[in-house]
Design a protein around this ligand. Structure first.
Ligand code: ATP
Length: 314
């Protein structure tokens, strides 16, 4: 059986709106998710045992059954128990490039790569929809990570509608390496502070879910209008994360002083990104930020927006 290497791109949120609570305990969301070139690399190799083993070049990433890549492999062994009995377990090696606890869906991207890779390795021939159904059982962002590109995500984030690509744009990502923000904490805090404004009846919820499709940012994406996309960036979670984490607020303010298309926090943070028009402009913003905030803990990455989800590595 063949080994496979996959590229697992991170995502940023161009738009994140919290609409209300769902009966399943999750939030009803309207998001625009965007893949970026910054990616982990996942190597999958049949290991001739009955085990799933995870290795990672970053010692901070857990390699036990709490790793989302492990969980994805375990789900595949449960779903396809006969194939698993025939072919055995898998070694998963993660070359970690996506910062952790960053709001960039690093763990979700790894899990998506394992689903896609094991489908290939075991020659299952799953459709994209089947892969995304499995992905949704593991986490809300994982179906998007499978297909990637630019998409509207509604429900708890698993209902996807593809949008035209905006891979002509670039982003500068900035994050304090030592500051990771827990996504469950951010949503829980938002609920504590803002649930009085939640839409509660089902019809209004569905109407709000639909509204994003005709919103300004979707129109701007359709028109390939980088300036308008930059003006429409939005993230409700900033309302709870910025007051609680002054370092994120400071990054947001400093990046906001430079010439960019727009600045926003991604997901639940702690990454703040600036959208720009070219690699040259990204490099310039990176230099300006380094000069304004010479902090060894500050990580800065420049990246292009991507039209791709999980891909085979060459
Ligand atoms: P999201 O944007 O989806 O909320 P995030 O980028 O904020 O995610 P991750 O980097 O995915 O957060 O990791 C959050 C936590 O998940 C980490 O603290 C880590 O312990 C755990 N984790 C499990 N599997 C992985 C993985 N493969 N890569 C990174 N972290 C993982």
């Amino acid at each position: 059986m063949q080994a496979y290497s996959l590229i697992a791109p991170a995502k940023i949120n161009l738009y994140l709106e919290i609409i209300g609570d769902r009966p399943d305990g999750y939030h009803e969301l309207a998001m625009i998710l965007q893949s970026i070139d910054l990616a982990d690399r996942i190597d999958l190799r049949p290991n001739g045992t009955d085990q799933i083993r995870v290795h990672c070049d970053d010692p901070e990433v857990p390699t036990d059954s709490s790793n989302l890549a492990y969980k994805a492999a375990a789900l595949m062994t449960e779903q396809f128990a006969e194939v698993y009995r025939k072919f055995g377990g898998v070694d998963i090696s993660i070359a970690k490039r996506i910062p952790m606890g960053a709001g960039l869906a690093g763990g979700s991207a790894d899990a998506a790569a394992v689903l896609v890779g094991m489908d290939l390795m075991w020659k299952l021939g799953l459709t994209l929809i089947e892969l995304q159904e499995l992905a949704a059982r593991l986490g809300s962002d994982i179906p998007f990570c499978v297909s990637g590109g630019t998409a509207i995500a509604t429900g708890r984030g698993e209902q996807l509608a593809a949008l035209p690509s905006v891979d002509f744009l670039y982003a500068v990502l900035a994050k304090h390496r030592s500051l990771g923000i827990s996504t469950p904490w951010a949503y829980k805090t938002y609920r504590q502070q803002f649930s009085s404004s939640y839409v509660t009846d089902r019809d209004s919820l569905l109407e709000r879910r639909q509204r994003v499709h005709s919103g300004d940012i979707v129109a701007a994406i359709g028109q390939r209008d980088g300036h308008k996309i930059g003006q429409c960036l939005h993230n409700d979670l900033e309302k709870v994360v910025l007051p609680a984490h002054p370092q994120v607020e400071q990054l947001r303010q400093i990046l906001g002083q430079f010439e960019t298309l727009g600045v926003m926090m991604s997901g639940s943070g702690s990454t703040v990104f600036a959208l720009v028009e070219s690699q040259a402009q990204a490099n310039q913003v990176q230099q300006q930020l380094q000069a304004a905030l010479p902090d060894p803990d500050l990580g800065i990455w420049t990246t292009r927006l991507s039209a791709h989800g999980i891909q085979l590595a060459h």
